[in-house]
Design a protein around this ligand. Structure first.
Ligand SMILES: [Fe+2]
Ligand SMILES: [Fe+2]
Length: 329
């Protein structure tokens, strides 16, 4: 179990724990310069150097000089001490051995949602009971009762940047969109609630295949080439086939809402929304993403009136000062 987090380490502390290698460089300059690393865990990042006499994976004293330099993207068990360097604190390592990342709990190495995943999963169960159409309910169960799928769905990020870019972000966003849809159904009862809620719950499922989350959030090959909209379509079609088919009209309307939820071709939608439910899903999905993105910008911002330009919106955002921010919570 991981006990040490980078943000808590102080000069003088002994280090002995597992970290992710974000960047690795060296040894340079005829091996006189030590191997230089940027390590990370869920608390942040830190610079580290491996001493030239450090123990490698085989304990043979050549982690820095031989072929055992940890590659970026790997996990290492790092042993050494925190020192105060010329450009801030640095972990000076006397040992660095590779660790199998697939066996590690990734929540220790990546930021996660503040929301309780069990509570959020409870909302999914509630929304399932709100879908009365037997075909759509059956399709939802095919996903929600699949333990392997749900384990990935609960862990996946919502995005790599911009909004919900943390473990559990996909589940949080999905529950939020479904909640918004349910509110809208009160105001517009002519909407097909079974279709809208099913589409809301399934619209982004492709993100479980679009992203990977081993030490850092990245696109998978399929995610890079297809994107989650098309992957979601494929995953739904596969489940429908497993179930022996859905009435064609219901399948078409559901798939239309899913593949058009980004609204415009330049935002990644193969089709623009052409039904009331698809329009509703697109706007509520966008509303949730943009509002969450706004709050993430201002939470990371300085105590000034306007945000920097370099944000999701590419325009300055009204940043409430700290006192106002506290009032808004
Ligand atoms: Fe999406
Ligand atoms: Fe979405």
């Amino acid at each position: 179990m991981k006990r040490q987090f980078l943000a808590d380490l102080e000069p003088g502390d002994a280090v002995d724990d597992v970290f992710f290698v974000l960047e690795a460089e060296g040894p340079g300059n005829g091996r006189r310069r030590p191997v230089s690393l940027r390590l990370s865990d869920r608390s942040g990042t830190a610079r580290a150097v491996i001493r030239r006499d450090a123990a490698g994976p085989s304990g043979d004293g050549d982690a820095a000089a031989g072929g055992a330099v940890p590659a970026a993207g790997s996990f290492i068990r790092a042993r050494g001490r925190v020192e105060r360097g010329r450009s801030g604190t640095v972990l000076v390592l006397t040992g660095a051995s590779l660790v199998d990342g697939s066996a590690l709990d990734q929540r220790l190495f990546l930021p996660g949602s503040f929301r309780d995943p069990d509570e959020l999963s409870g909302y999914l169960e509630y929304f399932r009971t709100e879908v009365y159409d037997e075909d759509y309910a059956c399709l939802l169960s095919a996903f929600l009762d699949d333990g392997d799928f749900m384990a990935r769905f609960r862990m996946a990020p919502g995005e790599l940047r911009s909004h919900h870019a943390y473990l559990g972000g996909l589940l949080e966003h999905t529950v939020s969109v479904a909640t918004l849809c349910q509110h809208l159904l009160v105001q517009h009862p002519r909407l097909n609630g079974d279709l809208l809620l099913t589409a809301a719950l399934l619209h982004d499922i492709g993100k479980v295949e679009e992203f990977s989350w081993q030490g850092r959030l990245e696109f998978t090959g399929e995610g890079m080439l297809w994107g989650h909209v098309l992957i979601s379509q494929r995953m739904i079609e596969e489940r429908v086939a497993d179930l022996g088919g859905l009435p064609r009209e219901k399948e078409l309307r559901l798939l239309h809402a899913v593949i058009s939820h980004h609204g415009e071709p330049e935002w990644g939608a193969p089709r623009r929304p052409q039904s009331a439910e698809a329009l509703a899903l697109h706007h509520l999905d966008n509303l949730d993403a943009k509002l969450k993105g706004y709050f993430e910008v201002i939470e990371g911002g300085r105590d000034v009136s306007w945000s920097e330009l370099s944000n999701l919106f590419r325009r300055p955002l009204d940043e409430p000062r700290a006192a106002d921010r506290a009032l808004r919570r």
